[in-house]
Design a protein around this ligand. Structure first.
Ligand code: CTP
Ligand code: CA
Length: 225
């Protein structure tokens, strides 16, 4: 094979990738959101397609153009993302949760715009927990041998927090990256450690998000039945 041309080692496989960040509406004009750009998830979708996979990309609020040859499902909230993931995964060989899912959503949605009132302090925003999609699909794999991958952005004790999170979630692989003011969000590059439930640890040096994506698929293909 020529340099840069990949062997189609995901041919005949179906992979599901979530990307972007969920938005949890407060009223028709406002939401609670996060800074995920979706670029890492899109890189995962593109590289999987280039390696021959059928790809379902579940995109939460990304504004990025649909990658060629990929089925794109657009969603807004965590609850919608969960629905789309559960719908796409029964026949999936691998599921990669690269989306930043809001942990909480406003307990109530105001159907009309929330207005301020003269001389009155604002009402506090009451939040409720969102479903944990990664934990749910890890615990209850719709297909035997399915490989489940999570992502975690951590600011402190990155590896220890990553190991604990991998166990808590019950996934096969967890991609852990350190975030800070200038790192990761919206950037074209990434740097991470991929932790395996088998105890493995794969460092991915600072580089394009495609390179991290290729490493993820290398680790996934090795684990597929
Ligand atoms: N995730 C998910 N559903 C949620 C929250 C997170 O599926 N409600 C997934 C993310 O897509 C990611 C992984 O879980 O792949 C880890 O997300 P993270 O926010 O780091 O994990 P949390 O358990 O929410 O931990 P924390 O309290 O640190 O936010
Ligand atoms: Ca979280």
């Amino acid at each position: 094979l020529a340099r840069g041309v990949r062997e189609p080692d995901l041919a005949g496989r179906h992979v599901v990738v979530s990307a972007g960040g969920t938005r949890e509406p407060l009223d028709p004009v406002r939401f609670l959101g996060n800074r995920s750009s979706g670029k890492q998830g899109y890189a995962l979708a593109r590289t999987a397609a280039a390696r021959g996979a059928r790809v379902t990309l579940i995109a939460a609020n990304t504004g990025l153009p649909d990658p060629a040859g990929v089925d794109v499902v657009r969603v807004g909230t965590a609850v919608q993302l969960r629905e789309a993931v559960l719908k796409a995964t029964p026949d999936a060989d691998a599921v990669v949760m690269a989306a930043a899912v809001a942990d909480f959503r406003p307990a109530a949605y105001a159907t009309g715009k929330i207005k301020k009132k003269d001389g009155q302090e604002p009402e506090p925003i009451v939040l409720v927990r969102n479903p944990d999609i990664l934990a749910e699909i890890s615990a209850d794999r719709p297909r035997p041998g399915q490989i489940v991958v999570g992502f975690a952005a951590e600011t402190d004790d990155v590896l220890a927090n990553g190991r604990a999170k991998l166990e808590r979630k019950g996934c096969d692989l967890l991609v852990v990256n350190e975030v800070g003011e200038r790192r990761t969000f919206g950037s074209e590059e990434n740097e991470a450690v991929v932790l395996g439930a088998d105890g493995s640890e794969t460092a991915v040096p600072h580089g394009p998000k495609e390179a991290l994506a290729e490493t993820v698929w290398d680790l996934v293909t090795r684990r597929l039945p």
